[in-house]
Design a protein around this ligand. Structure first.
Ligand code: ATR
Length: 273
């Protein structure tokens, strides 16, 4: 079989091996996919070893996405803009292509699976780190009317707004200044969820029928998913669907076959009870 892997640190709870094995079974592709615990200081040597020993493709997760971006020989446009890579693919010429499928994974989960309209909508993104960079370009392709990026550290949001200014209407904000604005979709791209915390959000930000989406996920609803429910969101979703959708895009890049995602999302949802 062809060899694939996900590198990250920590990695033991990764659902990627399960997802890719389900895809392989469904599409009758002969491949192996394993998870490897790789800390940042071992990334380069581990990736080199993997590809020199016949590895075909790698997923990279926290804290390796920026390193994978540096490692790639060439980049897709969305990966170049995001300055982060979650998928590496060995091409027929031997060069390693870096892609970022996180943003398209999020967009597919929002628009295809949940019928949430991005075009002409007012979107608030919380956080100004790598996760925000990774999702912006695919969201902007849908021409929302406005994207506001809110962050505790305002200058990080300003830097991102500047970097993506050519692609659409963006603005930056700190949390207190968000009051009295309304958004149709609020996306949590902070790392706060991972520690059960919530950004300091003023109440009343969500427009009637608005939706909330947390890029993070867990076996229990995240603090931000609970916040969305309390704000009467039409939908308050976590990032499990995005996880499966970004995996499907990586699988497609590697194998040229598009797996069916909805049955895999349903199965993973059942498994977390
Ligand atoms: P990632 O690659 O996951 O985006 P990162 O680059 O470390 O990780 O960025 C983490 C983001 O989460 C930052 O925007 C951070 O805000 P600051 O830039 O002000 O530090 C945000 N963040 C983390 N914990 C947070 C919290 N408890 N409340 C609000 N924002 C938080």
């Amino acid at each position: 079989p062809d060899n694939y892997a996900v590198f990250g640190h920590p990695i033991s709870h990764s659902k990627s091996p399960r997802i890719h094995r389900l895809f392989a079974e469904q599409t009758a592709q002969n491949l192996s996919y394993v998870a490897e615990d790789v800390p940042a200081d071992k990334f380069k040597a581990s990736a080199e070893h993997f590809f020199q020993n016949g590895g075909k493709g790698l997923n990279c997760t926290v804290p390796l996405k920026e390193l994978a971006w540096q490692y790639a020989d060439c980049l897709t446009e969305r990966a170049r803009l995001g300055k982060a890579v979650n998928t590496l693919a060995k091409q027929s010429d031997g060069l390693i292509l870096g892609d970022n499928t996180d943003g398209i994974g999020l967009v597919n989960d929002l628009t295809v699976n949940h019928h949430i309209e991005l075009h002409a909508s007012r979107i608030l993104i919380l956080g100004a780190g790598g996760a925000t960079r990774g999702i912006l370009a695919p969201i902007l392709e849908h021409r929302p009317s406005q994207i506001t990026i809110a962050n505790r550290t305002l200058d990080k949001a300003e830097t991102i707004v500047h970097e993506f200014a050519d692609l659409g209407t963006l603005s930056s904000s700190d949390y207190p200044s968000l009051g009295h604005q309304l958004f149709d979709l609020i996306i949590n791209a902070t790392s706060a969820s991972l520690s059960g915390q919530l950004p300091p959000l003023p109440p009343g930000l969500l427009a009637p029928n608005g939706c909330c989406y947390d890029l993070a996920y867990g076996n229990q609803p995240t603090a931000f998913v609970h916040w969305g429910i309390a704000q009467q969101a039409r939908k308050s979703l976590d990032g499990l669907g995005m996880l499966v959708e970004q995996a499907a895009e990586a699988f497609y890049l590697w194998r040229g076959v598009r797996p069916e995602t909805q049955e895999v999302i349903a199965l993973l949802n059942e498994e977390r009870g």
